[in-house]
Design a protein around this ligand. Structure first.
Ligand code: SF4
Length: 349
C-alpha cells in the first residue's frame, strides 16, 4: 500500500531492531558465528527534526542507518516510515517509499562516479526513476546546483575537478533531487578539511529549512551533534547506551560511556573536561560480544553484576533513557551476593 501522507505519528520508528551478519568461519567446520552489528535498538524520529546517532567507529551507526532506509533488512524488529512497516511492503510500494529516504555519504571522493559529469551524477536518480524529459532534468539539476552553491559552469566537469567540500555539495544535490522527506547524513563532514565543516553543516541546515526535511545525523563528533540535533542516541557495540533529548543528555550525561565521549570534547564544557573519564582499550569484537553490559570491559565503574547481567534501558527523566546498573541499581538479592561490588582489577576513572 502506498503512503497516504496522512500519518500523524513519528516519521520514522525503529522497534527492537537487530542486525546480524554471518561471520567468516576461521576453519571450514567451525561453528557458525554472527557479527551482532545492531542489537535491540528502538528509536523514533519526528518530522522536521535532526536526530543524532553517536558512537565510536564500529559501534553499528552505519548499519543502523542502512536498516533505517531499507538498505539492510533487520534480523529482528520493525522499521516503520510514515507508519508503514517498510520491509513488509510489496516491491512497488517499497520503491515509492524508498524514494523519500536518501543518504548523504561520508566520503565524497568514493561516492561519486569519477567517469560521470556533475550533470550525470546529480541527474542519475531522476534518470533511473524515468518519466522526465532531458530538458526537465537539466532544469532541475541547474536549480539544485544553485541551491548547493555551485554554478552552471560546473555542469559538465568531473568530480576530480572539485575539492572535497564541493564534491559533498554535489552529493547533497544528488540526494535531494527526488524531493525526499528524510535524509540520513552519514558522517557528512568527517572526510573533509576542518575549514569546510561549517560551510557544509550550514548548507545542510539551510536545505532542511527550505525543503522541510527530516535528518538523521550520524557522527562521532559530539560538539556537532550538540549544536544541531534535538534528540540523540549514544551507541556502543551495537546497543543503545543512552538516548533522549540532546539538551538533557549534554546537561546530565548518566552513562559512563556518554560521560567519556563528552569528556573528550573539550569545548563543550570546560568544567566537565577537568573530570575526565578516559576510556582504555578498544571496542571488543561484535562477534560474541560480552553477555552482561557490553561496555563493562572498558567501564571505569564496572561492578561484578555488569559482567553477566545485561543493563536494561530505564527512563530517568521524560524521554531520557540510560542502560546502566549504576542508574537502575541491583536488587537486594543481587547485592547480597556482591553484584554491586567493583570488578576486581578494573581501573577506576
Ligand atoms: Fe559500567 Fe556497569 Fe554501567 Fe555498564 S552497567 S556502564 S559496566 S557501571
Amino acid at each position: 500500500m502506498a503512503s497516504t501522507g496522512q500519518h500523524s505519528g513519528p516519521l520514522l520508528e525503529m522497534e527492537n531492531v537487530s542486525v546480524n551478519f554471518p561471520a567468516k568461519r576461521p576453519y571450514p567446520f567451525s561453528r557458525k558465528r554472527w557479527i551482532q552489528a545492531v542489537t535491540d535498538v528502538t528509536l523514533q524520529v519526528a518530522e522536521g527534526e535532526t536526530f543524532g546517532v553517536v558512537g565510536e567507529s564500529g559501534c553499528g551507526k552505519s548499519t543502523l542507518a542502512n536498516a533505517m532506509i531499507g538498505m539492510v533488512r533487520p534480523t529482528a524488529g520493525t522499521v516503520r516510515f510514515q507508519g508503514e512497516e517498510i520491509y513488509s511492503l510489496a516491491p512497488r510500494a517499497f520503491k515509492n517509499i524508498r524514494r523519500n529516504m536518501q543518504m548523504i555519504f561520508q566520503d565524497p571522493f568514493s561516492s561519486l562516479n569519477p567517469r560521470f559529469s556533475v550533470y550525470e551524477i546529480i541527474r542519475e536518480p531522476l534518470y533511473i526513476r524515468g518519466g522526465a524529459s532531458e530538458s526537465a532534468m537539466k532544469a532541475k539539476v541547474l536549480e539544485l546546483l544553485k541551491l548547493v552553491g555551485l554554478d552552471e559552469d560546473d555542469l559538465y566537469r568531473n568530480p576530480s575537478d572539485f575539492s572535497g567540500g564541493q564534491r559533498q555539495r554535489i552529493g547533497i544535490a544528488r540526494a535531494i533531487i527526488l524531493n525526499p522527506r528524510f535524509l540520513v547524513c552519514d558522517e557528512p563532514v568527517s572526510a573533509l578539511d576542518v575549514s569546510v565543516h561549517a560551510q557544509i553543516l550550514n548548507l545542510l541546515m539551510e536545505i532542511q529549512g527550505s525543503l522541510n526535511l527530516t535528518y538523521v545525523f550520524i557522527s562521532h563528533n559530539l560538539a556537532v551533534v550538540h549544536n544541531i540535533c534535538q534528540n540523540m542516541v549514544v551507541m556502543y557495540l551495537g546497543m543503545t547506551m543512552e538516548s533522549g533529548p540532546s539538551e538533557a543528555i549534554f546537561a546530565n550525561p548518566l552513562h559512563p560511556y556518554t560521560q567519556a565521549l563528552l569528556a573528550a570534547v573539550l569545548d563543550i564544557d570546560v568544567q566537565r573536561s577537568r573530570e575526565r573519564v578516559l576510556l582504555k582499550g578498544d571496542t571488543p569484537s561484535p562477534i560474541d560480544p560480552p553477555e552482561g553490559c557490553r561496555f563493562w570491559q572498558r567501564c571505569p565503574s564496572a561492578m561484578n553484576g555488569c559482567v553477566t547481567v545485561p543493563a536494561e534501558l530505564v527512563e530517568v527523566e521524560p524521554a531520557h533513557y540510560v542502560a546502566c546498573h549504576l542508574v537502575s541499581g541491583f536488587s537486594s538479592e543481587q547485592m547480597a551476593i556482591g553484584l554491586h561490588r567493583p570488578v576486581s582489577g578494573q581501573s577506576r576513572g
